[in-house]
Design a protein. Sequence first.
Lengths: 321, 440
Amino acid sequence: MDNKMIVSSSPHIRAIESVQSVMTDVLIALFPVALMAVLLFGYQALLTMVISVATAMAVEALWLRKRDLYSDGSAAVTGLLFAMVLPPAPPWWLVVVGSASAIIIGKQVFGGIGYNIFNPALVGRAIVVISWGGYMAGRVWSPPQPFAFGADISAVTTATPLAGHEEALAVSLTQLFVGNVPGCLGETSALALIIGGIWLYYRGHIDWRIPGGFIGAVFIMGAIFGGGFYGNHLMTGLFHILAGGVMLGAIFIATDIVTSPVTPTGRLIFGIGCGLITMLIRLWGVLPCGVTFAILLMNAVTPIIDNFTVPQQFGGVKKSA
Amino acid sequence: MGNTVFKGGVHPDYHKEITATMAVTAMKVPDKVVIPLQQHIGAPCEPLESIDVGTEVKLGQKIADSSGFVSAPIHASVSGTISAIGPYNHPLGRPVQAITIESDGQDYWDDSIKPAGDLGKLSQDDLRKIIREAGIVGLGGATFPAHVKLSPPPDKTIDIVVINGAECEPYLTADHRVMLEKPEEIVFGLKVIIKALGAEKGVIGIEDNKADAIRVMEKAVAKEESITVMPLHTKYPQGAEKMLIQVTTGRKVPSGGLPLDIGVVNHNVGTAIAITNAIREGKPLIERVLTATGAGINYPANLMVRIGTLVSDVIDACGGITENTRKLIIGGPMMGLTQPDPDIPVIKGTSGILALTDEDIYLAESSPCIRCAKCVSVCPVQLMPTSIAQAAEHELFKRAEKLHAMDCFECGCCSYICPSKIPLVQLIRIAKAEITKTKK
């Protein structure tokens, strides 16, 4: 009985889950998405992802003066997500600058993991879209060349299905679902994104309310205000869900735990808000997609949403105003 | 009847297999017991006038009492001679006045110990008086005097009595064993409680990881029309008063209120047995069943232990603790209290003695909150632990109060689940203490 006993406040046991295991789960969820990107866009997609992840991890390690590159895994997640929101074959320096900006301006200047207000990958994307729009918008999109790993896909470029009705009508819903359309690396294949989303949901890392609210709002807005150009109103709603970054944004980016609300009601409001703003931008704004800025805007109001959606405690009664 | 699950909660590793199949054995009567005068919620007891150092006492003799209503008298748990009256270390942290008795090894019962007679002939007041005089408190760990719960204010009608056989704390199996071994006593105790309250029915809630106990108890209530056994989903903190009542009756204890506000009283299975013993044999609460367990205990066991037995003696009876024991806990791993020293007595509320080793405990630094909201989703009372903890850290206690910090009953689910290993419930405790200070 000589050994000193530790005296501490309960509980005395902890779940094994750590920040690192959560981040690793996100990386696992992104694997089918990354795999699909490589199948569709070949080695250039792989290169973009590798540069982005390596830059993010290196910059974070340098900033924090840590030797552990992987550490809590959050830099790798940001790096990979940033690659997912880029065109398939951007210039390497654009990837490096964007990925570094994501880590430094998107995350570390706020105080590092947990303290950032905006999703870091989207901050990186916003910076490169505004700075080098010529590489990020218009007819810069290389059409996918499935299973042609070595092909130089940047030889041909076109516009995404969201650029206009003509481009939209050139693709079928099945093509959109599988991902065989021009677009960002990680956004085209709804199939791969849904597989990743199921994994995240199964592991308890995402709340259905955010993707549910997001996708639901996009569908309803698309069906009502989309003009029914894509076959009929319902088909147009479906088109808006599957085209552009809605699935990627709803499943992987809006659900970023750090930058979304913590309350159940807050998450539903957040998801619906993302969907509404996306559709406002798509239908009446100048940008073709809008997911990036929709999520960034909702990130900004997350603390307010949390404040207004404090859950009713067990056995509590609503105070009448 | 009620919902079968409550919102929130966690699934820790239960480790109940260590002792679940071990029958309760009576621990050898110790040479000395140290009986604290405060073992319950409420007014501390004072030694009776006839009690002093050198006084000879008999087993079951009342040695201390209080004039306060919310209190419970204290009895000698061995026969022998009082060797000291003074402060002694206590599981709750601060030394408390205690009476030390050197046992004569004879266990001579006091003359006052005799059966109370037929239950049918005893009035509600008789029952309350017998239970009070027997010093019975909530044996689940809350140690609230049992007779107080049986004396609701006249404007409240109690119709349901809930018996807590959930035993949701990992490791502990004391309640599990008494359900297997004393089912008839539990049912009789429940009938006493129902009668004392004029209630209509009783429900015995048992987590479904104790299938054998459910079977045994169902058999024991087979002939009782007003008593049912309800299997409960295994999830911590199923045995917490609010959760247990919600799933067994469908009623929600109001925030800041008591079960009796919704017509419910609940008691632990061990308390029911203590009540049975008081009515049938006149036996006061001088012993209880506890589980001594954990990887740090050499020979884990479910033991019947005299109140006042030193924890160090219990540990010795279990073959001592291992080299790598790092935490000695009174109670379970989720809500139990760590002890720097085993030189403390077993009190009425001691449901377990747990020794955890290096491998069981987690001592990592906490990292910043990543706002994953797992604490929000596991909180059984639907609070925002991360926000309250953050407010506490910045000493914004008004904000903590606005976020309903006082509704927290400190089950520890938030700290358990947090991937950033933030001491959430610990910070909330600070907030609660500060809020309580401002109320005084």
